[in-house]
Design a protein. Structure first.
Length: 577
């Protein structure tokens, strides 16, 4: 790594300025005073308009703020008018009069916003238009995206996030160095990340800094990298704007955060981190001869053909992990015709690296093309849309791709170089709704897998987890149920089909008897009834049931007694601040 990768510029072209500390302080104070928070905006808009805005539909919000914008008592008076002006400017991209902004934000005023590069004169009028998106963002104390995930009480955080205007806020195709704001992918990664306290963390491809904000609540130091200079400029602006809420000293930013400019892992070559998170440019985009970096959408296109970016990261990330360190990222992978979805991702992982892939969605080439062409507003010119759509289909056809998967990836470097084969190798598809945030539940699942590796299951005393219920289905008049199911009400909300003997085992898990004792009792009870023409194989019965019990522990249906007590204690204190 060379010093040239360190990014500290406060005045990057076409990005908000972060070298004017007085204006940043005034802006934060004004936004706080006007009530520009998640709750403040929701209260102003009302429930239905607020939900519509979260779907990028601005018309209900425009209608809801019209009365308030006039400042009449019926609309909430001057306070509501001030908040309405801010909402209409940044969230709805509705130009405002200078005097209205001066009144709404008296500390910084329109002149300060212009100087910071957050607004610009609207063409052909005397109005002031948004040049960037600035919106409230935050999380609560009991949200696992904050310190509560580490067992540390936290008051949460209320922040403001600046990014480029989104497709629904402007005309035309997005600029190719577009800096993405708060989106579904970024919040999915936030909710998925397992958050232990760590000394050093890496946010690979930081964008506007969303992952870094969360990492600062449980990492002593965060390194944030990006290939885009504008993205790092937005991240630096956001960090300094929210310095107080994030516990940062604006004059000593490097004490907690290092911003690095460069591609993928190049800026951190030779370094190791206990935790890496990444929302990489994983979108599969057709490549063309003579294509330049400037032709790519840097926020989503990694520049490699197919799913090469995700494949290269999965292979390379263990090299920057400290022993026992983990990485979590999102990704797309191609699924060739006639092959299971997991075939390609499985080939990317080194045999000694723990890996857990969860496929959350699978779409065909047509739907994939439609999604990402719409994302960059490339549908507005019919001929361009047709050409680009055709290029997507031809690109996928050239590799015999019939589907594209999307999902979550967890990796862990072995704690010792001689650790041998990976202890965790899971590739599963979960497309139904799951509990969010899922990170704490994934962390608990990893701990249970480690526990199974380190302890004798036969000697364990197990209890049924509190969120587990049993369902039995049988035909009218039948003596015994034909189907017995265990269901989880929390976490990954799995359903497990039980055999008669496994159902009997689960019903006996009250913590009194060990696993070996319960299996022994079932063996004695069922041995005669299960005996067939070839007799009852006690060894196979015990081995098979022990494997199934291990799977129930791994998935959280059954817990070692001490683990259940700890889980209940955590539930009792989860709302503490």
């Amino acid at each position: 790594m060379t010093d040239s990768t360190h990014f500290s510029a406060g005045n990057t072209p076409d990005a908000p300025r972060s070298d004017l500390p007085g204006l940043l302080t005034a802006l934060a104070s004004d936004l706080r005073q006007v009530g520009y928070t998640l709750d403040g905006v929701a209260g102003l808009l009302g429930e239905s308009a607020y939900r519509a805005l979260n779907r990028d539909q601005v018309i209900p919000a425009l209608l809801a703020t019209e009365t308030a914008a006039h400042g009449s008592p019926a609309g909430g008076g001057p306070a509501a008018a001030a908040l309405a002006a801010v909402v209409r400017l940044w969230l709805l991209s509705e130009p405002q009069k200078r005097e209205i902004l001066d009144a709404a934000l008296p500390g910084i005023r329109a002149g300060g916003l212009l100087e910071l590069g957050l607004v610009e004169p609207a063409p052909g009028s005397e109005l002031i238009a948004a040049k960037a998106d600035l919106r409230p963002y935050g999380w609560a104390a009991d949200d696992a995206t904050g310190n509560a995930a580490t067992g540390t009480a936290s008051g949460g955080a209320e922040l403001w996030v600046t990014s480029d205007l989104a497709a629904h806020q402007q005309a035309g195709v997005l600029r190719h160095d577009h800096v993405l704001g708060i989106g579904q992918a970024s919040t999915t990664l936030v909710q998925t990340t397992i958050r232990p306290h760590v000394t050093k963390a890496l946010d690979l491809g930081t964008g506007c800094g969303i992952q870094t904000f969360h990492l600062l609540h449980h990492a002593e130091h965060v390194t944030a990298t990006d290939i885009s200079e504008r993205a790092l400029a937005f991240t630096r602006f956001n960090l300094l704007l929210n310095a107080e809420a994030l516990g940062l000293d604006p004059d000593r930013l490097d004490d907690r955060v290092s911003l690095r400019l460069g591609s993928l892992l190049d800026p951190v070559a030779g370094e190791e981190f206990e935790l890496v998170v990444s929302n990489p440019p994983f979108v599969i985009t057709p490549r063309t001869l003579g294509e330049l970096a400037a032709d790519q959408f840097t926020y989503r296109d990694g520049g490699l053909p197919g799913d090469g970016i995700v494949a290269s990261l999965v292979a390379a990330l263990p090299d920057v992990l400290a022993p026992g360190g983990t990485a979590q990222l999102l990704g797309n992978w191609e699924i060739a015709a006639g092959t299971p979805w997991s075939e390609r991702p499985h080939a990317w992982v080194s045999p000694d690296v723990d890996a857990w892939f969860i496929q959350r969605e699978q779409v065909g080439p047509e739907q994939y093309a439609e999604t990402w062409l719409q994302d960059a507003s490339e549908t507005r010119d019919r001929q361009h849309y047709q050409d680009a759509y055709g290029a997507y289909l031809a690109d996928f056809a050239s590799r015999n791709v019939e589907g594209i998967g999307f999902g979550m990836i967890w990796l862990r470097r072995p704690a010792r170089r001689d650790a041998g084969p990976a202890a965790i190798t899971r590739f599963e598809e979960i497309t139904y709704p799951i509990e969010q945030p899922i990170g704490p539940h994934m962390g608990a699942a990893v701990e249970r897998s480690d526990w199974l590796e380190e302890n004798s299951l036969e000697d364990a005393h197990l209890l049924v987890a509190d969120d587990v219920t049993e369902e039995r289905h049988q035909r009218p008049g039948a003596e015994h149920p034909g189907v017995i199911l265990l269901r989880q009400g929390a976490g990954l909300r799995r359903t497990n089909l039980l055999s008669t003997e496994l159902a009997g085992f689960v019903s006996a898990c009250d913590g009194d008897l060990s696993v070996g004792q319960i299996i022994g009792a079932l063996e004695a009870l069922l041995g005669g009834s299960l005996a067939g023409e070839e007799g009852f194989d006690a060894g196979a019965f015990r081995s098979g049931l022990l494997t199934e019990v291990g799977n129930l522990v791994r998935d959280g249906f059954l817990l070692p007694g001490s683990d259940l007590a700890a889980a209940r204690a955590a539930d009792d204190t989860s709302g503490a601040v």
